[in-house]
Design a protein around this ligand. Structure first.
Ligand SMILES: Cc1ncc(COP(=O)(O)O)c(C=O)c1O
Length: 443
Protein backbone atom coordinates (compact mmCIF):
# COMPACT_ATOMS: atom_id res chain seq x y z
CA UNK A 1 0.00 0.00 0.00
CA UNK A 2 1.39 3.36 -0.95
CA UNK A 3 0.90 6.05 1.65
CA UNK A 4 -0.30 8.37 -1.09
CA UNK A 5 -2.79 5.88 -2.49
CA UNK A 6 -5.76 8.04 -3.46
CA UNK A 7 -7.94 4.96 -3.88
CA UNK A 8 -8.03 4.81 -0.08
CA UNK A 9 -10.20 7.89 -0.06
CA UNK A 10 -13.88 6.98 0.28
CA UNK A 11 -16.54 8.47 -1.95
CA UNK A 12 -19.48 8.23 0.40
CA UNK A 13 -18.96 9.92 3.75
CA UNK A 14 -22.56 9.82 4.85
CA UNK A 15 -22.88 6.57 6.79
CA UNK A 16 -20.20 7.16 9.42
CA UNK A 17 -21.50 9.24 12.35
CA UNK A 18 -18.23 10.65 13.59
CA UNK A 19 -17.42 10.97 17.31
CA UNK A 20 -16.91 14.45 18.78
CA UNK A 21 -16.79 16.02 15.31
CA UNK A 22 -18.45 18.91 13.54
CA UNK A 23 -18.97 16.52 10.70
CA UNK A 24 -20.91 18.72 8.30
CA UNK A 25 -17.83 20.95 8.11
CA UNK A 26 -15.41 18.01 8.14
CA UNK A 27 -17.21 16.26 5.30
CA UNK A 28 -17.11 19.41 3.16
CA UNK A 29 -13.33 19.44 3.36
CA UNK A 30 -12.25 16.04 4.69
CA UNK A 31 -8.76 14.99 5.63
CA UNK A 32 -7.82 11.30 5.64
CA UNK A 33 -4.92 9.91 7.63
CA UNK A 34 -3.52 6.85 5.91
CA UNK A 35 -0.28 5.95 7.61
CA UNK A 36 1.75 6.47 10.77
CA UNK A 37 5.38 5.77 11.69
CA UNK A 38 7.26 6.86 14.78
CA UNK A 39 6.48 10.53 15.44
CA UNK A 40 4.71 11.11 12.11
CA UNK A 41 1.37 10.77 10.39
CA UNK A 42 0.87 10.89 6.63
CA UNK A 43 -2.40 11.88 4.99
CA UNK A 44 -3.88 10.83 1.67
CA UNK A 45 -2.25 13.82 -0.03
CA UNK A 46 1.16 12.56 1.08
CA UNK A 47 1.45 15.44 3.59
CA UNK A 48 3.48 14.48 6.66
CA UNK A 49 2.84 15.90 10.12
CA UNK A 50 4.41 15.51 13.55
CA UNK A 51 1.98 13.82 15.91
CA UNK A 52 1.75 16.34 18.73
CA UNK A 53 -0.99 14.47 20.61
CA UNK A 54 0.25 10.86 20.60
CA UNK A 55 -2.96 10.00 18.76
CA UNK A 56 -5.36 11.04 21.49
CA UNK A 57 -2.94 10.92 24.44
CA UNK A 58 -2.41 7.21 23.82
CA UNK A 59 0.40 6.32 21.39
CA UNK A 60 3.06 6.85 24.03
CA UNK A 61 5.74 4.66 22.42
CA UNK A 62 5.24 6.19 18.97
CA UNK A 63 3.56 4.65 15.95
CA UNK A 64 4.13 1.32 14.28
CA UNK A 65 6.09 -0.55 16.89
CA UNK A 66 6.87 -3.88 15.23
CA UNK A 67 7.19 -5.96 18.41
CA UNK A 68 3.63 -4.99 19.38
CA UNK A 69 2.31 -5.78 15.90
CA UNK A 70 4.10 -9.10 15.99
CA UNK A 71 2.81 -10.01 19.45
CA UNK A 72 -0.74 -9.30 18.28
CA UNK A 73 -0.31 -11.50 15.18
CA UNK A 74 1.22 -14.33 17.22
CA UNK A 75 -1.53 -14.20 19.81
CA UNK A 76 -4.22 -14.28 17.12
CA UNK A 77 -2.60 -17.39 15.71
CA UNK A 78 -2.51 -19.06 19.14
CA UNK A 79 -5.71 -18.07 20.91
CA UNK A 80 -7.87 -15.44 19.24
CA UNK A 81 -10.39 -15.22 22.04
CA UNK A 82 -11.42 -16.79 25.28
CA UNK A 83 -13.58 -15.02 27.84
CA UNK A 84 -12.78 -14.75 31.51
CA UNK A 85 -16.24 -15.32 33.01
CA UNK A 86 -15.73 -18.25 35.34
CA UNK A 87 -12.79 -19.31 33.20
CA UNK A 88 -9.42 -17.85 32.28
CA UNK A 89 -6.50 -17.95 29.88
CA UNK A 90 -2.94 -17.85 31.24
CA UNK A 91 -1.88 -14.60 29.62
CA UNK A 92 -4.38 -12.42 31.47
CA UNK A 93 -3.02 -13.59 34.83
CA UNK A 94 0.60 -13.08 33.73
CA UNK A 95 -0.24 -9.66 32.41
CA UNK A 96 -2.15 -8.55 35.52
CA UNK A 97 0.75 -9.68 37.68
CA UNK A 98 3.20 -7.72 35.59
CA UNK A 99 1.04 -4.60 35.40
CA UNK A 100 0.58 -4.23 39.15
CA UNK A 101 4.34 -4.13 39.53
CA UNK A 102 4.31 -0.84 37.62
CA UNK A 103 1.84 0.95 39.90
CA UNK A 104 2.35 1.98 43.51
CA UNK A 105 1.42 -0.36 46.35
CA UNK A 106 -1.13 -1.11 47.65
CA UNK A 107 -2.82 -0.97 44.20
CA UNK A 108 -2.16 -4.67 43.71
CA UNK A 109 -5.28 -5.86 41.86
CA UNK A 110 -6.55 -5.05 38.41
CA UNK A 111 -9.94 -5.27 36.68
CA UNK A 112 -9.80 -5.14 32.87
CA UNK A 113 -12.07 -3.05 30.65
CA UNK A 114 -11.96 -1.89 27.03
CA UNK A 115 -11.73 1.88 27.35
CA UNK A 116 -11.26 4.80 29.68
CA UNK A 117 -15.01 5.33 29.95
CA UNK A 118 -15.53 1.74 31.02
CA UNK A 119 -12.66 2.02 33.49
CA UNK A 120 -14.29 5.04 35.10
CA UNK A 121 -17.73 3.46 35.35
CA UNK A 122 -16.10 0.32 36.77
CA UNK A 123 -14.21 2.35 39.38
CA UNK A 124 -17.35 4.21 40.48
CA UNK A 125 -19.26 0.93 40.78
CA UNK A 126 -16.48 -0.71 42.78
CA UNK A 127 -16.52 2.28 45.16
CA UNK A 128 -20.27 2.00 45.72
CA UNK A 129 -20.20 -1.78 46.12
CA UNK A 130 -17.22 -1.55 48.49
CA UNK A 131 -19.04 0.71 50.92
CA UNK A 132 -22.08 -1.52 50.79
CA UNK A 133 -19.94 -4.54 51.64
CA UNK A 134 -18.45 -2.50 54.43
CA UNK A 135 -21.84 -1.92 56.01
CA UNK A 136 -21.95 1.69 54.79
CA UNK A 137 -24.57 1.47 52.07
CA UNK A 138 -25.50 5.09 52.75
CA UNK A 139 -22.30 6.24 51.07
CA UNK A 140 -23.75 6.73 47.61
CA UNK A 141 -22.71 10.16 46.49
CA UNK A 142 -20.03 10.41 43.82
CA UNK A 143 -18.04 13.62 43.63
CA UNK A 144 -16.19 14.91 40.57
CA UNK A 145 -14.66 18.26 39.75
CA UNK A 146 -15.74 21.11 37.50
CA UNK A 147 -14.00 20.93 34.10
CA UNK A 148 -13.10 17.27 34.71
CA UNK A 149 -13.38 14.69 31.93
CA UNK A 150 -14.05 11.07 32.74
CA UNK A 151 -15.30 9.67 29.45
CA UNK A 152 -18.79 9.41 28.05
CA UNK A 153 -20.45 6.58 29.98
CA UNK A 154 -23.30 7.79 32.17
CA UNK A 155 -21.18 7.42 35.32
CA UNK A 156 -18.17 9.25 33.96
CA UNK A 157 -20.37 11.91 32.42
CA UNK A 158 -22.18 12.48 35.71
CA UNK A 159 -18.97 13.14 37.64
CA UNK A 160 -17.48 14.98 34.65
CA UNK A 161 -17.55 18.75 34.65
CA UNK A 162 -17.70 19.89 31.03
CA UNK A 163 -21.00 21.56 30.33
CA UNK A 164 -21.16 20.81 26.59
CA UNK A 165 -20.74 17.11 27.24
CA UNK A 166 -23.28 16.98 30.06
CA UNK A 167 -25.95 19.33 28.88
CA UNK A 168 -27.52 17.31 26.00
CA UNK A 169 -28.05 14.19 28.09
CA UNK A 170 -30.57 15.08 30.73
CA UNK A 171 -30.31 14.59 34.46
CA UNK A 172 -27.53 11.98 34.46
CA UNK A 173 -26.87 9.99 37.66
CA UNK A 174 -28.58 11.28 40.77
CA UNK A 175 -26.48 12.06 43.81
CA UNK A 176 -23.39 13.44 42.13
CA UNK A 177 -21.73 16.73 42.98
CA UNK A 178 -18.58 18.63 42.01
CA UNK A 179 -15.76 20.40 43.74
CA UNK A 180 -14.45 23.62 42.23
CA UNK A 181 -12.05 23.56 39.34
CA UNK A 182 -8.43 24.62 39.73
CA UNK A 183 -7.92 26.46 36.45
CA UNK A 184 -7.62 30.16 35.70
CA UNK A 185 -6.00 31.68 38.78
CA UNK A 186 -4.26 34.90 37.78
CA UNK A 187 -1.19 34.06 39.87
CA UNK A 188 -0.66 30.83 37.97
CA UNK A 189 -0.50 32.26 34.47
CA UNK A 190 2.71 31.24 32.67
CA UNK A 191 3.85 29.16 35.66
CA UNK A 192 6.65 26.78 34.67
CA UNK A 193 5.68 23.35 35.94
CA UNK A 194 3.03 22.95 38.63
CA UNK A 195 1.12 26.11 39.54
CA UNK A 196 2.17 27.66 42.85
CA UNK A 197 -1.29 28.89 43.91
CA UNK A 198 -4.50 27.03 44.65
CA UNK A 199 -3.74 24.06 46.93
CA UNK A 200 -6.55 25.24 49.19
CA UNK A 201 -9.09 24.68 46.41
CA UNK A 202 -9.02 21.06 47.59
CA UNK A 203 -10.71 22.29 50.77
CA UNK A 204 -13.83 22.66 48.66
CA UNK A 205 -14.38 18.98 49.40
CA UNK A 206 -15.00 19.99 53.01
CA UNK A 207 -17.84 22.16 51.75
CA UNK A 208 -19.48 19.10 50.21
CA UNK A 209 -18.85 17.09 53.36
CA UNK A 210 -20.63 19.84 55.32
CA UNK A 211 -23.45 19.90 52.80
CA UNK A 212 -24.11 16.17 52.32
CA UNK A 213 -22.45 14.57 55.35
CA UNK A 214 -19.31 12.47 55.01
CA UNK A 215 -21.31 9.29 55.58
CA UNK A 216 -23.23 9.97 52.36
CA UNK A 217 -20.14 10.28 50.15
CA UNK A 218 -18.66 7.20 48.47
CA UNK A 219 -15.80 8.60 46.43
CA UNK A 220 -14.13 11.59 44.85
CA UNK A 221 -12.74 11.21 41.35
CA UNK A 222 -10.21 13.60 39.80
CA UNK A 223 -7.71 13.56 36.99
CA UNK A 224 -4.37 14.22 38.70
CA UNK A 225 -3.68 16.41 35.67
CA UNK A 226 -6.80 17.44 33.80
CA UNK A 227 -6.35 16.63 30.11
CA UNK A 228 -9.40 16.84 27.90
CA UNK A 229 -10.64 19.96 29.68
CA UNK A 230 -7.57 21.80 28.34
CA UNK A 231 -4.52 20.60 30.36
CA UNK A 232 -5.07 21.81 33.90
CA UNK A 233 -2.19 21.15 36.27
CA UNK A 234 -2.72 20.47 39.97
CA UNK A 235 -1.53 23.33 42.18
CA UNK A 236 1.41 22.33 44.36
CA UNK A 237 0.03 20.51 47.43
CA UNK A 238 -3.51 20.20 46.03
CA UNK A 239 -3.58 16.42 45.57
CA UNK A 240 -2.00 15.88 49.00
CA UNK A 241 -4.73 17.99 50.61
CA UNK A 242 -7.44 16.07 48.76
CA UNK A 243 -5.93 12.77 49.96
CA UNK A 244 -5.87 14.01 53.56
CA UNK A 245 -9.53 15.10 53.48
CA UNK A 246 -10.60 11.77 51.98
CA UNK A 247 -8.70 9.91 54.71
CA UNK A 248 -10.26 11.99 57.43
CA UNK A 249 -13.79 11.27 56.23
CA UNK A 250 -13.54 7.69 54.94
CA UNK A 251 -14.10 8.81 51.34
CA UNK A 252 -12.40 6.79 48.60
CA UNK A 253 -10.06 8.73 46.32
CA UNK A 254 -10.10 7.72 42.65
CA UNK A 255 -7.42 9.01 40.29
CA UNK A 256 -8.47 8.93 36.67
CA UNK A 257 -5.11 8.24 35.02
CA UNK A 258 -6.46 7.43 31.58
CA UNK A 259 -4.20 10.16 30.17
CA UNK A 260 -1.49 10.39 32.81
CA UNK A 261 -0.98 6.62 33.11
CA UNK A 262 1.85 4.84 31.28
CA UNK A 263 4.53 7.44 31.27
CA UNK A 264 3.02 10.75 30.30
CA UNK A 265 4.21 12.54 33.45
CA UNK A 266 7.67 11.01 33.87
CA UNK A 267 6.70 7.95 35.89
CA UNK A 268 4.33 5.13 35.11
CA UNK A 269 1.57 7.01 36.93
CA UNK A 270 0.93 10.50 38.25
CA UNK A 271 0.28 8.85 41.63
CA UNK A 272 3.93 7.82 41.66
CA UNK A 273 5.22 11.13 40.32
CA UNK A 274 3.26 13.18 42.86
CA UNK A 275 3.62 10.73 45.73
CA UNK A 276 -0.15 10.61 46.34
CA UNK A 277 -1.68 7.15 46.23
CA UNK A 278 -5.39 6.83 45.47
CA UNK A 279 -7.60 3.93 46.54
CA UNK A 280 -8.63 3.20 42.96
CA UNK A 281 -6.93 4.20 39.72
CA UNK A 282 -8.36 4.10 36.20
CA UNK A 283 -6.22 3.65 33.10
CA UNK A 284 -6.59 2.86 29.37
CA UNK A 285 -5.01 4.43 26.24
CA UNK A 286 -1.23 4.01 26.63
CA UNK A 287 -1.68 0.59 28.19
CA UNK A 288 -1.50 -1.02 24.72
CA UNK A 289 0.06 1.95 22.94
CA UNK A 290 -3.45 2.32 21.44
CA UNK A 291 -3.06 -0.71 19.19
CA UNK A 292 -5.94 -2.70 20.69
CA UNK A 293 -8.61 -1.13 22.91
CA UNK A 294 -8.07 -1.91 26.58
CA UNK A 295 -8.50 -0.33 29.99
CA UNK A 296 -7.51 -1.35 33.50
CA UNK A 297 -8.76 -0.36 36.95
CA UNK A 298 -6.30 -0.81 39.80
CA UNK A 299 -7.65 -1.25 43.33
CA UNK A 300 -6.01 -1.34 46.73
CA UNK A 301 -5.54 -4.49 48.79
CA UNK A 302 -8.04 -3.17 51.31
CA UNK A 303 -10.80 -2.84 48.73
CA UNK A 304 -10.04 -6.12 46.98
CA UNK A 305 -9.87 -8.06 50.22
CA UNK A 306 -13.21 -6.65 51.36
CA UNK A 307 -14.81 -8.32 48.33
CA UNK A 308 -12.96 -11.61 48.88
CA UNK A 309 -13.68 -11.71 52.59
CA UNK A 310 -16.96 -13.61 52.52
CA UNK A 311 -18.12 -16.99 53.73
CA UNK A 312 -20.49 -17.24 50.79
CA UNK A 313 -19.31 -18.86 47.57
CA UNK A 314 -20.06 -17.21 44.22
CA UNK A 315 -19.44 -14.05 42.25
CA UNK A 316 -17.90 -11.28 44.40
CA UNK A 317 -18.68 -8.44 41.98
CA UNK A 318 -21.41 -8.72 39.38
CA UNK A 319 -19.61 -6.70 36.80
CA UNK A 320 -17.52 -7.35 33.69
CA UNK A 321 -17.33 -7.02 29.93
CA UNK A 322 -17.18 -9.74 27.27
CA UNK A 323 -13.72 -8.51 26.40
CA UNK A 324 -12.37 -7.94 29.94
CA UNK A 325 -8.84 -9.30 29.61
CA UNK A 326 -9.10 -10.09 25.88
CA UNK A 327 -6.08 -12.25 25.02
CA UNK A 328 -5.05 -10.14 22.03
CA UNK A 329 -5.20 -6.95 24.08
CA UNK A 330 -3.14 -8.64 26.81
CA UNK A 331 -0.52 -9.64 24.23
CA UNK A 332 -0.43 -6.08 22.93
CA UNK A 333 -0.13 -4.81 26.51
CA UNK A 334 2.72 -7.18 27.32
CA UNK A 335 4.69 -6.14 24.24
CA UNK A 336 3.98 -2.48 25.03
CA UNK A 337 5.38 -2.92 28.54
CA UNK A 338 8.48 -4.53 27.01
CA UNK A 339 9.08 -1.40 24.96
CA UNK A 340 8.37 0.97 27.84
CA UNK A 341 10.85 -0.94 30.00
CA UNK A 342 13.58 -1.54 27.40
CA UNK A 343 13.58 2.07 26.21
CA UNK A 344 13.00 3.53 29.72
CA UNK A 345 10.27 5.66 28.17
CA UNK A 346 8.67 6.57 31.49
CA UNK A 347 11.86 8.50 32.34
CA UNK A 348 11.85 10.61 29.20
CA UNK A 349 9.29 13.24 30.20
CA UNK A 350 11.44 14.11 33.21
CA UNK A 351 14.62 14.18 31.14
CA UNK A 352 12.98 16.37 28.47
CA UNK A 353 11.03 18.58 30.84
CA UNK A 354 13.45 21.53 30.80
CA UNK A 355 13.66 21.56 27.00
CA UNK A 356 9.88 21.22 26.79
CA UNK A 357 9.26 24.10 29.20
CA UNK A 358 11.86 26.41 27.68
CA UNK A 359 10.40 25.90 24.22
CA UNK A 360 6.83 26.32 25.44
CA UNK A 361 7.64 29.53 27.28
CA UNK A 362 9.10 31.08 24.11
CA UNK A 363 5.48 31.58 23.03
CA UNK A 364 4.36 33.61 26.02
CA UNK A 365 4.86 37.04 24.46
CA UNK A 366 3.22 36.29 21.14
CA UNK A 367 -0.01 38.07 20.18
CA UNK A 368 -3.16 36.86 21.96
CA UNK A 369 -1.33 34.30 24.11
CA UNK A 370 -2.85 34.46 27.60
CA UNK A 371 -1.35 31.37 29.22
CA UNK A 372 1.21 28.63 28.71
CA UNK A 373 0.99 25.50 30.84
CA UNK A 374 3.63 22.81 30.76
CA UNK A 375 4.67 19.88 32.85
CA UNK A 376 6.57 16.69 31.90
CA UNK A 377 5.51 16.07 28.27
CA UNK A 378 2.13 17.74 28.56
CA UNK A 379 1.29 21.29 27.68
CA UNK A 380 -1.21 23.88 26.50
CA UNK A 381 -0.93 27.26 24.88
CA UNK A 382 -4.05 29.31 25.44
CA UNK A 383 -5.07 32.28 23.30
CA UNK A 384 -7.77 34.88 23.87
CA UNK A 385 -11.07 33.84 22.32
CA UNK A 386 -12.26 36.01 19.47
CA UNK A 387 -15.14 38.26 20.48
CA UNK A 388 -18.38 36.42 19.76
CA UNK A 389 -16.54 33.41 18.29
CA UNK A 390 -15.07 31.24 21.02
CA UNK A 391 -12.83 28.44 19.73
CA UNK A 392 -12.41 30.03 16.29
CA UNK A 393 -8.90 31.35 16.92
CA UNK A 394 -7.72 28.04 18.41
CA UNK A 395 -9.14 26.12 15.45
CA UNK A 396 -7.47 28.44 12.95
CA UNK A 397 -4.10 28.14 14.67
CA UNK A 398 -4.43 24.36 14.64
CA UNK A 399 -5.25 24.39 10.92
CA UNK A 400 -2.17 26.46 10.14
CA UNK A 401 -0.04 24.15 12.28
CA UNK A 402 -1.26 21.16 10.28
CA UNK A 403 -0.34 22.84 7.01
CA UNK A 404 3.12 23.58 8.41
CA UNK A 405 3.67 19.99 9.53
CA UNK A 406 2.45 19.73 13.15
CA UNK A 407 -0.88 18.08 13.94
CA UNK A 408 -1.99 19.73 17.18
CA UNK A 409 -5.30 19.51 18.96
CA UNK A 410 -7.32 22.59 19.86
CA UNK A 411 -9.55 22.35 22.93
CA UNK A 412 -11.53 25.54 23.08
CA UNK A 413 -8.90 28.23 22.52
CA UNK A 414 -6.09 26.14 23.99
CA UNK A 415 -3.68 24.22 21.79
CA UNK A 416 -2.99 21.11 23.85
CA UNK A 417 0.12 19.01 23.46
CA UNK A 418 1.04 15.47 24.49
CA UNK A 419 3.50 14.02 21.97
CA UNK A 420 4.73 10.43 21.94
CA UNK A 421 7.39 9.96 24.61
CA UNK A 422 9.97 9.08 21.93
CA UNK A 423 10.07 12.72 20.79
CA UNK A 424 13.54 14.23 20.26
CA UNK A 425 14.76 17.64 21.43
CA UNK A 426 14.83 18.93 17.87
CA UNK A 427 11.27 17.75 17.26
CA UNK A 428 10.20 19.64 20.39
CA UNK A 429 11.80 22.80 18.99
CA UNK A 430 10.12 22.22 15.61
CA UNK A 431 6.68 21.83 17.19
CA UNK A 432 6.93 25.06 19.17
CA UNK A 433 8.42 26.93 16.20
CA UNK A 434 5.46 25.90 14.09
CA UNK A 435 2.92 26.82 16.78
CA UNK A 436 4.67 30.16 17.25
CA UNK A 437 4.48 30.96 13.52
CA UNK A 438 0.84 29.88 13.37
CA UNK A 439 -0.08 32.08 16.34
CA UNK A 440 1.74 35.06 14.84
CA UNK A 441 -0.06 34.65 11.51
CA UNK A 442 -3.51 34.25 13.09
CA UNK A 443 -5.19 37.53 13.94
C1 LIG B 1 -9.20 11.31 32.04
C2 LIG B 1 -10.02 10.52 31.05
N1 LIG B 1 -10.88 9.62 31.48
C3 LIG B 1 -11.61 8.87 30.66
C4 LIG B 1 -11.50 9.03 29.29
C5 LIG B 1 -12.34 8.21 28.38
O1 LIG B 1 -11.58 7.30 27.68
P1 LIG B 1 -12.17 6.56 26.40
O2 LIG B 1 -12.33 7.60 25.34
O3 LIG B 1 -11.15 5.50 26.10
O4 LIG B 1 -13.48 5.96 26.81
C6 LIG B 1 -10.60 9.97 28.79
C7 LIG B 1 -10.44 10.17 27.35
O5 LIG B 1 -9.76 11.04 26.88
C8 LIG B 1 -9.85 10.74 29.69
O6 LIG B 1 -9.01 11.68 29.26
Amino acid sequence: MSVTDHNLVPENLDAFWMPFTGQRQYKENPRFIVSARGMHYTDSQGHETLDCSAGLWCVNAGHYREPINQAIAEQLAKLDFAHNFGSGHPLVFHYADRLVQHVPAPLNHVFFTNSGSESVDTALKIALAYHRKNGQAGRQRLIGREKGYHGMGFGGLSVGGLVKNRNPFGLLLPGTDHIRQTHGLEANRFAKGLPPEGADLALDLERLVDLHGADAIAAVIVEPIGGAGGVHLPPIGYLQTLRAICDEHGILLIFDEVITGFGRVGACTAAERFGVIPDIMTTAKGITNATIPMGAVFVSDQIFERFMDSELPGVELNHGYTYSGHPVACAAGMATLDIYEQEALFDRPKALQDTWQENAMRLRDLPNVIDVRCFALLGAVEVTPRAGAPMARGAEIAKRCYEKGAWVRPIGDSIVLSPPLIISESEIATIFNIIGEAITETL
